[in-house]
Design a protein around this ligand. Sequence first.
Ligand SMILES: Cc1cc2nc3c(=O)[nH]c(=O)nc-3n(C[C@H](O)[C@H](O)[C@H](O)COP(=O)(O)OP(=O)(O)OC[C@H]3O[C@@H](n4cnc5c(N)ncnc54)[C@H](O)[C@@H]3O)c2cc1C
Length: 347
Amino acid sequence: MDSNDSAHVIVVGGGYGGITVAKALDDVADVTVIEPRDTFVHHVAALRAVVDPDWIERIFLPYDHLLTRGRFVRDRAVRVDGTRVELASGGTLGGAHVVVATGVGYPYPAKIDGTDRAAAQARLRATHDELAAADRVLLLGAGPVGLEFAGEIAAAWPTKEVIVADPSPALLPGRYPEEFRAEVHRQLDELGVRLLLGTTVAQPPTSPGRAGRFSVAGVDADIWFRCHGTGPRTSLPVDAYLRVRDRPGQWAVGDVTDVPELKMARLAQAHAEVVAANIRTLLTKGAWTEDDLTTHEPAPDMLVLPLGPKGGAGYGPGFGLLGAAQTAEAKGADLFLGYYRALLNLD
Ligand SMILES: Cc1cc2nc3c(=O)[nH]c(=O)nc-3n(C[C@H](O)[C@H](O)[C@H](O)COP(=O)(O)OP(=O)(O)OC[C@H]3O[C@@H](n4cnc5c(N)ncnc54)[C@H](O)[C@@H]3O)c2cc1C
């Protein structure tokens, strides 16, 4: 489809930000979502799915019920030029507004590669089996992904030796009070996770996520995972209304933006609400000024970190420190799956 219809909105990427903006505009706009995956992937629960195969089915959620009027096009955008989007399949789509919501890559298994649900599930099962057979696991990176994964593994298999190494002397980058880090540290100790902070461990000779015994920098292990770094990333400069600077008609939400705050699903969704409100205003108000538009203020650092289904800690300026029981209640058991099923109109 190639339409310059004034109400045609193209959303590039069907992750947390993309589905939220698409749903919010479905009643007022003609929405097209371009997404190469065949289902939504609830990546917030990806690490749980590696240790608990029951979750391998659960985290893949169909897009079919999200939109009443709009549609998904299973394709990849290769170029966004103003409000025209070139597709990997060769076609071009044009709209009045384009919302870029393509996120960033994380190393597998935090982000599940591939666009086909069945293949992704098979890979997760294979990783689960290799991890289950390993006695000693090395995780490189003591950020939220490395620590959450350590907590999941230690809670599921208490006899495994789990080692987390990071060149930084402190765990968890971010502006948090020391008592939050101390609580995370305490629970990791309780779970028997060994932390090697301030230690640079060279990349092991085996492939990440594949079984194979190795020894690096005095650490012996049977499997390792890369839990740091994000993939190639285009950081789109946006203004306070989340318009991409110098590109009229283009908006951006979520991890792909240069908003100076943590990269979080809940913030991608907050951006999506702002962009949806602004596009709605432009589509429905004959005359408008910037005073009619909504802005996004960068959010302070806040993190709720599960360490297995029953543990974890959280900190946010609004609620202070959360302990294991509160974290498990807020997030640990369900990992927001129910919320995203409802957003995708699945229940
Ligand atoms: C293990 C883990 C746990 C996390 N836990 C939390 C948490 O508890 N709470 C929280 O708030 N955040 C959490 N996050 C962060 C959260 O997952 C990200 O901030 C969130 O995914 C960002 O949403 P997004 O919409 O910007 O991008 P994404 O969700 O990454 O979506 C981007 C979408 O764009 C698609 N895409 C990419 N390129 C193209 C293209 N060229 N054309 C078309 N489509 C494309 C992708 O296939 C994908 O579906 C976690 C992340 C990880 C890895």
